[in-house]
Design a protein around this ligand. Structure first.
Ligand SMILES: [Zn+2]
Ligand SMILES: [Zn+2]
Ligand SMILES: [Zn+2]
Length: 476
């Protein structure tokens, strides 16, 4: 578990407000409420009431109002995926993603254990090169020189076309181009913008290859087997997304049915290896930016997932879950949208990220490229896809896991308050009135919440938080 935060900041005001809570009559209730937020640093505050009525008689069966909550508001966890915004909620998201990926590999959450015998591949799809960047490579435990090229001379901008440095892991140059003026910024952000489409085409091509290898038509394949996947997007240091995915072959009814005999790991791996170079996407035509064809990079990694050995299902679930909470801000850009009021030169980002953002804004203003919405997604360096997605048949859903937790919490709450839980079969009329009452916790509540959850204190400051590029889970 990665707990990261700004240094604890206990101001006299915070200490005073904390003391007031501890001595106040609301303390036990407040502590119980904060405990249920599990350390969320920026909960949503809601004011309102809910009434459950019998639809026939109109009789009020149950009534809840936030008026009796400490401070008159209900605090709801923010549920963000991003560790830089809320470490506690990102940890919940990571744990849920882990469960979801794991269920698709070893069973559980409604998926039978027999799924372990279905062929599954762990695949990494990368982007092509848009120019050399400073990198750290290791070979047999030794760090290799970055870009050694004998007699390489210099580029048209007078910068050396070679780098013999052996970069440390924390070297600020990592991911920065050898020459920013030679680097293909347009290609980089266009790739990010079109990567989800390239993925979609890859899956279509993969289904066709699998069918062809088995001597089936696509319709016959759909009747005989299911191809399902779960994937996450990860930003490389150079500011380009790549994908890690679990791809699995099942029988016609998904994970509950055995795959046909021809559906082996080798057949799946072969189809993946053929489908990756076979797909491309052409960028829209725009003034001064002629359309171009984008493909996956040549670096493709396809490995079998097994119950023991090098790449176990546990390890894969762990990797994917870790990637799922990383985002663009981990490589020095922002975790919020960039608006007209922003001064690009004043943003707290790396020079490379600044140029990638500038390129998104430049291309985003061109007519032909409007559909890519590069201006809106400039802070994501052009990528507007989902960080983790899966096909319908892969396993359970994040929504189902959340609902299971909510139901569990409600049952605990209702047991502790002696109230009978309402079942879905009960015919009740629910009348709810909610209004937004702000975000975050008071300084005293923050300290209390940190003490109860074990997460470090994070004082929420609405004026500075949008600038936040505080911390990331350990980048690789
Ligand atoms: Zn949160
Ligand atoms: Zn270098
Ligand atoms: Zn150059």
């Amino acid at each position: 578990m990665t707990h990261s935060s700004a240094a604890p900041l206990v101001t006299p005001l915070a200490a005073f407000s904390l003391a007031a809570y501890l001595d106040g009559p609301d303390y036990p209730r407040l502590a119980a409420r904060l405990r249920r937020l599990n350390g969320c640093a920026q909960p949503i505050r809601l004011r309102g009431r809910v009434e459950h009525r019998d639809p026939l008689t109109g009789e009020q069966l149950h009534r809840y109002t936030t008026a009796h909550e400490p401070g008159g508001v209900l605090r709801v966890a923010c549920k963000t995926r991003r560790a830089s915004r809320c470490p506690a909620c990102a940890e919940t998201y990571r744990a849920d993603t882990y469960q979801l990926i794991r269920a698709g590999l070893v069973g559980g959450k409604g998926v039978p254990d027999s799924v372990t015998s279905h062929p599954a591949a762990f695949v990494t799809l990368t982007a092509p090169s848009f120019g050399p960047v400073h990198t750290r490579r290791e070979k047999n435990g030794h760090v290799q020189p970055c870009h050694p090229r004998r007699n390489a001379g210099s580029c048209p901008h007078g910068r050396p076309a070679s780098c013999t440095a052996r970069h440390n892991t924390d070297d600020a140059r990592l991911g920065e181009p050898l020459c920013p003026d030679c680097y293909d910024y347009a290609g980089s952000v266009l790739f990010n913008a079109l990567a989800p489409e390239l993925w979609r085409r890859f899956i279509l091509a993969l289904r066709r290859r699998v069918a062809k290898a088995a001597g089936l038509t696509l319709a016959e394949l759909n009747a005989a087997a299911t191809l399902s996947f779960a994937k996450v997007a990860e930003y490389q240091r150079r500011g380009i997304v790549h994908f890690h995915a679990v791809i699995r072959l099942d029988g016609p009814d998904g994970p509950t049915s055995p795959p046909p005999s021809w559906a082996t790991y080798d057949a799946l791996a072969e189809a993946i290896t053929q489908a990756v170079p076979a797909v491309s996407v052409t960028t829209p035509d725009a003034p001064v930016v002629p359309s171009r064809r984008l493909t996956w990079g040549t670096q493709l990694d396809v490995r079998p997932i097994t119950t023991s050995g090098d790449l176990t299902d546990q390890a894969v679930a762990g990797y994917i879950a870790k990637y799922a909470t990383k985002a663009a801000e981990c490589l020095g850009t922002l975790d919020r949208r960039i608006g007209p009021a922003d001064n690009l030169n004043a943003l707290p980002v790396t020079p490379h990220a600044r140029r990638l953002i500038a390129e998104c804004l430049r291309l985003g203003s061109l007519d032909g490229l409007a559909a890519l919405r590069l201006t809106e997604w400039a802070h994501m360096l052009g990528f507007r896809g989902h960080f983790s997605t899966k096909s319908r048949r892969y396993s359970t859903t994040l929504g189902a896991l959340r609902q299971a937790r909510i139901t569990h919490n409600q049952q605990q709450h209702e047991t502790s308050t002696g109230r009978l839980p309402l079942t879905p079969e009960d015919q009740v009329l629910v009348i709810a009135h909610w209004s937004y009452a702000g975000r975050g916790l008071t300084p005293g509540e923050s300290i209390l919440s940190a003490a109860l959850s074990g997460y470090p204190v994070r004082l929420y400051d609405p004026s500075s938080s949008p600038q936040g590029r505080s911390t990331c889970p350990n980048s690789s």
